[in-house]
Each structure stands twice: as C-alpha cells, then as structure tokens.
Design a protein around this ligand. Structure first.
Ligand code: FPP
Length: 236
C-alpha cells in the first residue's frame, strides 16, 4: 500500500458550514481552527510526516476587513489552546507564505511556534498563510537570478529549483485533499503536486472528521501511482 508521507489539505467550506447553521462565517473559521488540531493528531497517528494546511491564500485579502481580521487572530487561538499538546506529541510547526505582510502579532505567533518546536522530530505541521504558489515560484526565480548575478551559477535542475521554493526541504506532496466539493487547486503548491493524487470530498472542513480522513487515506493507499512510468504488474 502506498505511503502518504506528505498530505496537503485545502480547508474549504467553513463559511457555508456556518451559514447552514444560521451562524456568522467567522464561527465556521473558529470550528475550522479546532479541526486543525483534530486532523493534525489523526494524520500523525496515520503515519503522515508532513501535513500542509491552506489557512490563508494571497487572494483571501479580498474578503471583508472583518473576516480577514478574524482569520489573522486564529493562529493565536490555535497555539494558545493547543501548543502544549502539539509539543507533547513532538509536532514541528512550520509556515509557508510571506509572513512579512501579515499583521506583526500574527507573524510573531507563528514564528514563536516554529522556534519553540524547531527541534521536534514528529509530524511537520505546516501552515500555509498568505501563501500563493505562483508568487512562490516567481520569488524562487528572482532569488535564483540574484544568485546567478552574484556569481553562483549552477546547473539548475528540478531538485535544485525546488530548494528555492518556500517548501525548500519538504518532500513533494503525495496526496492533496480539498473539502467542500469544489474541484480546483486555487494556486496551492503547484510545483509540489506534480505527481500527487487528488481527492475532492463533499464534507466541509469543520465536518472533515478523523474518520473521513482515514477513509481518504485508505482510498489513497489503493491508488496505483506510476509517476509517468508503467506499473510492474503491467510490464510483462
Ligand atoms: C475556506 O472556507 C477557508 C478559509 C479561507 C480559511 C481556512 C482557515 C481555517 C480552517 C482556520 C484555521 C486557520 C489557522 C491559521 C489555524 P471558506 O470561508 O471559503 O468557506 P466557503 O467557501 O463556504 O465560504
């Protein structure tokens, strides 16, 4: 059975979930933040080593000031409530995205969590925040160009280029799941999902329980990943 080392999730549908219950959208995001804890624990128990969660995209700034402000407070909520538990379980907190453009307090909470957990060797819990993949690739290209101008030309290959991305030393995504029925990638990890298996589930993010996760991982395990080659059993 195929191993899912790196699971990436697009946590969609918080707003619709809240609305269906007659609650404000922000209540959906709050339930979504609590679910980050539940799914991180379940993914770790299922043997996932890297879990990358799309918390805020470079396009999400278009939302109302109130909603953006609320989302920016969620990292503090998450880590105040659950950091102790994450540390006990050996989680290493990391981020991808441009933290410099976040409110200073939000960036600090994230860098503090990363610093506190940097020597942990368990699940890498990676929060994608103010993240957009095209921007990531653009910044990588600029950075490489600067290195070349500084006299460090190297024969750039795929492996070398991926080290310029925000995911640097993080392996490619094995499995990408998007919740809440939408079937698109939305500028998420475009380079890193080159050979990922994709799954779109109807449950919204607050409804995405550990049971649903385990069902997804089981289905992933049955997929025949060929990376453009031919599967052994089909060769003769
Ligand atoms: C998409 O649902 C969700 C987001 C844009 C925010 C995701 C954030 C969380 C799950 C909270 C956890 C975050 C951190 C930093 C710990 P939507 O609002 O687009 O839902 P809709 O499509 O139903 O409107």
């Amino acid at each position: 059975m195929g191993e899912c080392r790196h699971l990436a999730i697009i946590m969609d549908g918080n707003g619709r979930w809240a609305k269906a219950q007659g609650k404000p959208r922000t209540m959906g995001h709050l339930a979504g933040a609590d679910n980050v804890r539940n799914i991180a624990i379940a993914a770790n128990e299922a043997g996932v080593k890297y879990l990358t969660l799309y918390a805020f995209s470079t396009e999400n700034w278009k939302r109302s000031e109130e909603e953006v402000g609320y989302l920016m407070k969620l990292p503090a909520y998450l880590f105040q409530k659950y950091m102790k538990e994450f540390m006990e379980r050996g989680f290493r907190i990391r981020t991808i995205g441009e933290l410099s453009r976040l409110p200073a307090a939000t960036a600090k909470v994230l860098t503090d969590a990363a610093e506190e957990s940097k020597n942990n060797t368990g699940l890498n819990l990676i929060i994608a925040i103010n993240y957009g993949s095209r921007r990531e690739i653009l910044l990588a290209a600029k950075h490489y160009a600067q290195d070349v101008l500084a006299g460090r030309p190297e024969d750039l290959d795929e492996e070398g280029f991926s080290r310029y991305l925000m995911t640097e030393d993080i392996p490619d995504v094995d499995f990408l799941v998007r919740t809440s029925g939408e079937q698109r990638i939305s500028n998420y990890l475009l380079w890193q999902i080159a050979y990922a298996e994709l799954m779109f589930v109807p449950e919204s993010w607050p409804e995405f329980t550990p049971e649903v996760l385990n069902r997804c991982l089981q289905a992933f395990g049955k997929r025949d990943r060929r990376y453009g080659g031919v599967h052994e059993s089909a060769e003769s």
